[in-house]
Design a protein around this ligand. Structure first.
Ligand code: URA
Length: 437
């Protein structure tokens, strides 16, 4: 086969054949396909689009470009994927809660991307926690405890690893077909029976509009189902942070409050229950999503999820007494400053993307791939849209490593807020905007 012929077909709007996409994905993984060819392929897909069967074929070809895990466990293997937002620490709560409900969760997660935080970075704020166990330890932990949260190994969907890096520098990240194949090739390589997707929509998400979020959710669900994985998606609100904190250790704090019963009824617990309910129902562990959500909430309220979280932390190198002593174990920033409200009135909007960038600049995320994170920095006590604020009174706290960095973040948070008159009550979108599946 010839890479040029495959690119020409796509460029001319002719659907590529399954075996051609398989050859191309193998070529990406082996290096037989050059960077120039990969860039041209990505641009042709972005401009012409793929048919649904071709998108499924590309996803499966990228999945099969590396190792595909198979499991033999006494329960279904499930996972969740989020498209990323501010204060989105659901994975840390959901993985142990699903395990407590009888599911097995080999969660392969990512690091911060752009203005959004990453699950691995959050977990690594726990002293000693490591996210790269060898395969035997990973498999044994999933079988023994029910969950593990780790980074993708190099042999998982290697075609995606290469294509993603090329898309990043060739203005081809935005293709729905390529985003779908990229996300799902890695998830399907983990050998899942069922998957739930959290597609975030709003100022703190990558998908700013409902139409964009719906198109991505539809593409992901159709492709995953066609590929044989039971899947549904929730489109969820990201016009405000999910919790009142943004930053690695600060979000672990929010998770620990939820796991220890101090956040019942919060948006974090509610979204975790709804996503978990979906996947428990898909996997046959609940009668329907409502029943699943109830079971999941019960494991959080009853302490079973906390117990499994503690075992997972210990198995992955963290302190054995983390659940009991998390307040003493998490890193704290050197400087904490209040963010005074610049005016009296009502907070009508909060630009989540600007908040996320403020956390990155504090050192909570990366500007360059090699940057080392400062796990204690970030924002806490963030006022949310609809709340009244008083000039000079705090509407958030900045946690920073230096006073200079803190003052810069204070100004950034003030710029991210729009304050209107007391009477200007913003419309409050529901947490779950839509279900697709
Ligand atoms: N996350 C991925 O893994 N791939 C994409 O293309 C976008 C987000």
């Amino acid at each position: 086969m010839d890479a040029r012929a495959i690119i020409t077909r796509i460029r001319n709007g002719i659907s590529p054949r399954r075996e051609e996409l398989s050859w191309f994905a193998q070529g990406l993984a082996s290096g037989r396909v050059s960077d120039a060819q990969a860039g041209a392929f990505a641009m042709a897909v972005l401009l012409k689009g793929l048919t649904e069967p071709a998108r499924v074929a590309l996803t499966l070809a990228m999945r099969d470009s590396g190792r595909v895990m198979a499991w033999d466990l006494p329960g279904p293997v499930v996972d969740k994927h989020s498209t990323g937002g501010i204060g989105d620490c659901v994975s840390l709560l959901l993985a142990p809660a699903l395990a407590a409900c009888g599911a097995f969760v080999p969660m392969i997660s990512g690091r911060g991307l752009g203005h959004t935080g990453g699950t691995l970075d959050k977990l690594e704020s726990i002293p000693g926690f490591h996210t790269d166990p060898d395969e035997a330890s990973f498999r044994a932990q999933v079988a023994r405890i029910g969950c593990a949260i780790i980074a993708a190994s190099r042999d998982l969907a290697p075609a995606d690893r290469r294509l993603y890096a090329i898309r990043d520098v060739s203005a081809t990240v935005e293709s729905l077909d390529l985003i779908t194949a990229s996300i799902l090739s890695k998830k399907l390589a983990a050998g899942l029976d069922a998957l739930v997707l959290d597609v975030k929509c709003g100022s703190g998400a990558f998908m700013k509009t409902r139409a964009e979020a719906e198109a991505l959710a539809q593409s992901l669900v159709t492709t995953a189902q066609d590929a044989g994985c039971m899947t549904s998606a929730l489109i969820t609100d990201m016009e405000q942070p999910l919790v009142r904190s943004a930053g690695n250790a600060l979000e672990v704090t929010e998770v620990m409050l939820a796991l220890t019963g101090a956040a019942a009824g919060s948006r974090l617990v509610e979204l975790t229950a709804q996503l978990g309910g979906e996947v428990l129902a898909l996997a046959g562990l609940a009668a329907d999503a409502g029943d699943g959500a109830r079971r999941l909430r019960a494991t959080i309220e009853g302490g079973q999820a906390a117990e499994i979280f503690g075992r997972m932390v210990r198995a992955q190198g963290g302190p054995g007494d983390f659940v009991e002593h998390w307040r003493d174990r998490l890193p704290a920033a050197a400087v904490v400053l209040e963010v005074p409200a610049p005016e009296t009135g009502r907070l009508v909007a909060l630009d989540g993307e600007q908040l996320g960038h403020a956390v990155v600049r504090l050192g909570g995320g990366r500007l360059h791939e090699s940057d080392r994170l400062h796990h204690g920095v970030g924002l806490s006590d963030i006022a949310l849209p609809g709340e009244a604020v008083t000039r000079g009174q705090p509407m958030a706290r900045v946690h920073a490593d230096s006073r200079g960095a803190a003052l810069e973040a204070v100004a950034a948070v003030q710029r991210a807020c729009r304050i209107g008159p007391q009477s200007a009550m913003p419309s409050q979108p529901p947490l779950i905007l839509q279900r697709i599946g």
